[in-house]
Design a protein around this ligand. Structure first.
Ligand SMILES: [Ca+2]
Ligand SMILES: [Ca+2]
Ligand SMILES: [Ca+2]
Length: 274
């Protein structure tokens, strides 16, 4: 199903730096030089935006390298994408792409920026991020590395509430049994759609029995059994009926896995497949 179209897209080189220190969340210190492709004035046409301003369970440097891998593969396949370190630009793009009848994908690395979901869980409903995934666009927040939104971009721990609030499933708890180093086996969908994905050990596989309301596992790329009968999955796309999605990809604690390539393959071969 891979479709390769060569449509070079040139993005202006941008540079956004910040120097906020925090204990757990990693933020970019001021680099001497950066070739991060950042969002310029109009972010509306972008299909995919990758946020690398702050990260958890992966260094900003490694996340940026993974983001560049994803960006290259996405652009090669005609998908309009960019990397930004600016959570303000992320909010602008997310607001402009809410209910625009187009599937958009936001990639984050464990940190849910405070501009799209208030730090400290003070906005249980109606956040920019929640509104984004509540339309029939099918918009997707794809989380890599740490537990989804465990930290905010200012370092505030949100713990497990962001996922509960965004999904409106108050009991969702990914780590209820303290999963670590749990072997994930690639499924048939994974073999077909994500050729870069191989069996690996996940530290926060998603416990599928906790899904409720209209949420369901739309696509499982790897599971504890290697098929869709598994009870734990990573990577996995969760969908809220015919509305938005949350995708978990390589929920691992500082492990070296092909996050960028697999994220891009999921987008190219499934989420934005033509
Ligand atoms: Ca959209
Ligand atoms: Ca909510
Ligand atoms: Ca809601």
């Amino acid at each position: 199903m891979c479709k390769y179209r060569w449509m070079p897209i040139i993005f202006l080189i941008g540079l956004t730096v910040s120097s906020v220190n925090c204990t757990k969340v990693q933020k970019r210190s001021i680099p001497a030089e950066s070739n991060v492709t950042d969002v310029e004035q109009s972010v509306t046409p972008l299909d995919v935006l990758i946020y690398t301003g702050s990260t958890s369970w992966i260094t900003v440097e490694n996340a940026t390298n993974e983001a560049k891998s994803a960006l290259g593969l996405l652009e090669t396949n005609g998908i309009r994408a960019a990397i930004t370190e600016s959570e303000e630009k992320l909010r602008t793009w997310m607001t402009e792409t809410t209910a625009n009848s187009i599937v958009n994908v936001c990639i984050i690395y464990g940190v849910l920026p405070s501009t799209i979901y208030a730090a400290g869980n003070t906005q249980s409903d109606g956040s920019v991020a929640e509104n984004w995934i509540e339309t029939t666009d099918g918009d997707t927040i794809m989380n890599l590395a740490d537990y989804f939104g465990y930290y905010s971009s200012d370092g505030t721990p949100n713990y497990k509430a962001p996922l509960q609030n965004l999904m409106d499933l108050p009991k969702i708890d990914i780590n209820v049994e303290h999963f670590e180093n749990l072997q994930m086996y690639v499924t048939e969908s994974g073999r077909t759609l994500t050729p870069s994905l191989v069996d690996f050990e996940s530290d926060r596989p998603f416990p599928l029995e906790q899904l409720g309301s209209e949420w369901y596992a739309e696509k499982m790329f790897a599971s504890n059994t290697g098929d869709i009968q598994g009870i734990l999955a990573d990577p996995v796309i969760l969908r809220d009926g015919n509305r938005g999605r949350i995708a978990m990809v390589f929920q691992t604690h500082h492990k070296d896995n092909p996050k960028g390539m697999v994220a891009a393959e999921i987008i190219i071969n499934y989420l934005l497949a033509k």
